[in-house]
Design a protein around this ligand. Structure first.
Ligand code: ADP
Length: 190
């Protein structure tokens, strides 16, 4: 199993690059943001729990997201590998994911981190908001809040995996094709 994490702040290009990786390496895509939005739209109990947090641009509580990942992994046990997008976003999430995958003997092979500066991130997310239909992409204050959540809660996850020798950083600014090439290079050596 080629299990990887595509890591980076909101607007770093995780969604775009995930598509290339899925296709080339035949991976299953698990995006917690996508799953949460689907649950919200379907009006499930989980979606209702997540809604207020997402609307304020803050992270959904760990236990909600971790339970959700557990269920998703059970659905994708036949895959060649999984690409985790937007997860883990906190150290407890990373520890829970590692425990889960290690118990199956299929640990994370590598974390690919897209690095983009804050000014560019906010610009990209607001631009995406013109067409994404996502309310949280359309309000600058909310976008700033999400970036600040990343800085205070999520960034540490990069150090957590760096300490295990699994973190690989990629410059997320430039041509989409070049970023894709850099990601493929890392994929071929992990
Ligand atoms: P982006 O990366 O652009 O912020 P996402 O779709 O990944 O977009 O996330 C949207 C929102 O969903 C986040 O602001 C957060 O409220 C919630 N969310 C997504 N993934 C997680 C997670 N792993 N832990 C907690 N909250 C999450």
């Amino acid at each position: 199993m080629l299990n990887i994490i595509l890591f980076g702040p909101p607007g770093a290009g995780k969604g775009t690059q995930s598509q290339f990786l899925i296709e080339k390496y035949q991976l299953i895509h698990i995006s917690t943001g996508d799953v949460l939005r689907a649950e919200m739209n379907a009006g499930t109990e989980l979606g209702l729990k997540a809604k207020a947090f997402m609307e304020q641009g803050v992270l959904v509580p760990d236990e909600v997201v971790i339970g959700m990942i557990d269920a998703k992994l059970k659905e994708s046990s036949n895959a060649q590998g999984v690409i985790f997008d937007g997860f883990p976003r906190t150290i407890p999430q990373a520890q829970a994911l590692d425990a889960l995958l290690e118990s199956k003997g299929q640990p994370i092979r590598g974390v690919l981190g897209l690095e983009v500066n804050e000014i560019e991130l906010v610009k990209r997310v607001l631009e995406r908001g013109k067409t994404s239909g996502r309310a949280d992409d359309q309000n600058e204050e909310l976008v700033q809040k999400r970036v600040s959540e990343y800085n205070t809660k999520t960034k540490a996850v990069a150090d957590y995996y760096a300490a295990k020798g699994k973190y690989h950083s990629v410059n997320g600014i430039g041509e989409i094709e070049n970023i894709k090439k850099d990601l493929f290079e890392i994929m071929n050596k992990i």
